[in-house]
Ligand binder design. Structure first.
Ligand SMILES: Nc1ncnc2c1ncn2[C@@H]1O[C@H](COP(=O)(O)OP(=O)(O)O)[C@@H](O)[C@H]1O
Ligand SMILES: O=c1ccn([C@@H]2O[C@H](COP(=O)(O)OP(=O)(O)O)[C@@H](O)[C@H]2O)c(=O)[nH]1
Length: 363
């Protein structure tokens, strides 16, 4: 009985080399039939014994290379005798080329990095000479260089504290109402704007130019500066009840403050339309001496409020932590609503806002 047996033993190299050969040189799979019958001399069947009927039709004449040998056969022979084949040669060549290229590019990188380092050192020296601030400990923003503030250097977390954020557009009456509330309900009133203005005029403050520029432009001073000033003021006060007026100005500021210092108990939003706000601010500008109470800065402040601060109010409204008071009414009327809220705050459940009905702001 004849059984076919694969003469080509599958190996990685035969598969590797096969596609490189032109189609007409590729072998068709040749079978070397062998017999399971006993051999003519009576010895047991052997895979090396080829039946005479099929011996002639075999593609391979066993160990003897013949003139009709194909390129594939020669390739097979080379593998068998562990001689280098074309794909192996190609692989080795590409490996060597890659190594040479890697070596070349890494030496180029080293040179480029050295060059960059030299340029950075020169710039740092110049910054140090020009500003007296060490470049590694300072930041440049809008052409202004100021020392890096690291709130983690002065950690301050309050346990058992009550913080109420007082928000609203510029001129909404945050400062006016907060001052009265703080007095009556024994809170410490911290106006972020006032703290920044104090820092701006403090002799030797490295942040003076920076704060001046941001306030005049109606932009929000980098948070690290403001939170540091707030923390210092909170520490100094020795209290644990704060009305934080005009802060947070952005969502990340609120998140950071609540995480690092203390969660807000409540948010009061004083609301009035831009027409009312503008006329109040222009009037205040006649005597306030503030660099931002002029029409150009006011317009910019309105834009910043809508873009950056209103989302903070919306966020706390959605969290059911915010009460809005119509502040376009006279000061006393506004205060009457505000004090009703604070009267109930002490007795309200610590996670709930006080249930007080206040008239909606006119749109
Ligand atoms: N309810 C009000 N009606 C009229 N004027 C007000 C009222 N509340 C505050 N003001 C005045 O408007 C200006 C802005 O008030 P302020 O409390 O400084 O606002 P904010 O702190 O929100 O900028 C101040 O001159 C203040 O006296
Ligand atoms: O947390 C704050 C509070 C205030 N400001 C700056 O201080 C200015 C005045 O703020 P303030 O609250 O004193 O006045 P408002 O604009 O609300 O009338 C703002 O326009 C900002 O430039 C800031 O950058 N971060």
């Amino acid at each position: 009985m004849l059984k076919p047996q694969l003469a080509i033993r599958p190996s990685f190299l035969t598969h590797l080399g096969r596609p490189l050969l032109p189609r007409h040189l590729r072998p068709t799979l040749a079978f070397t039939p062998y017999s399971t019958d006993r051999q003519p001399d009576g010895s047991p069947p052997s895979s090396s014994y080829v039946h005479p009927k099929v011996q002639k039709s075999s593609t391979y004449s066993q160990n003897q290379p013949s003139h009709s040998q194909t390129a594939w056969d020669r390739f097979q022979d080379r593998i068998k005798h562990r001689l280098p084949t074309f794909p192996a040669f190609l692989g080795a060549a590409s490996l060597i080329t890659s190594l040479i290229y890697l070596q070349y590019s890494s030496s180029q990188n080293v040179e480029r990095n050295r060059d960059q380092q030299r340029r950075m050192d020169a710039t740092k020296e110049k910054i140090y000479e020009d500003t007296g601030l060490h470049p590694d400990d300072s930041i440049e923003l809008h052409g202004l260089r100021f020392p890096k503030v690291k709130p983690e250097d002065s950690p301050f977390t309050l346990d058992n504290c009550t913080v109420v954020f007082v928000l609203g557009g510029p001129g909404a009456g945050k400062g006016t109402q907060s001052a009265r509330l703080a007095k009556e309900f024994n809170y410490v009133h911290l106006s972020a704007g006032d703290l920044l203005r104090e820092e701006q005029t403090r002799p030797g403050s490295p942040y003076a130019d920076l704060i001046n520029w941001f306030i005049r432009e109606g932009k929000i001073v980098p948070f690290e500066v403001t939170i540091t000033l707030l923390r210092e003021a909170m520490k100094r006060s020795g209290s644990n009840k704060f009305l934080v007026d005009g802060f947070p100005r952005t969502l990340p500021q609120g998140e950071e403050f609540e995480k690092a210092v203390c969660p807000a108990r409540l948010v009061i939003n004083f609301e009035a339309n831009e027409e009312v706000l503008e006329s109040r601010l222009l009037k205040r500008g006649e005597t306030s001496g503030r660099a931002d109470d002029n029409i150009e800065s006011i317009k910019k402040r309105f834009r910043t409020f809508v873009m950056s601060t209103y989302p903070v109010i919306t966020h706390y409204m959605q969290a059911d932590k915010c009460i809005t008071i119509d502040s376009s009414r006279p000061v006393d009327e506004v205060y009457a609503d505000a004090r009703r809220i604070f009267s109930k705050l002490e007795h309200a459940h610590p996670t709930e806002k006080p249930k007080v009905e206040v008239p909606a702001a006119a749109s």
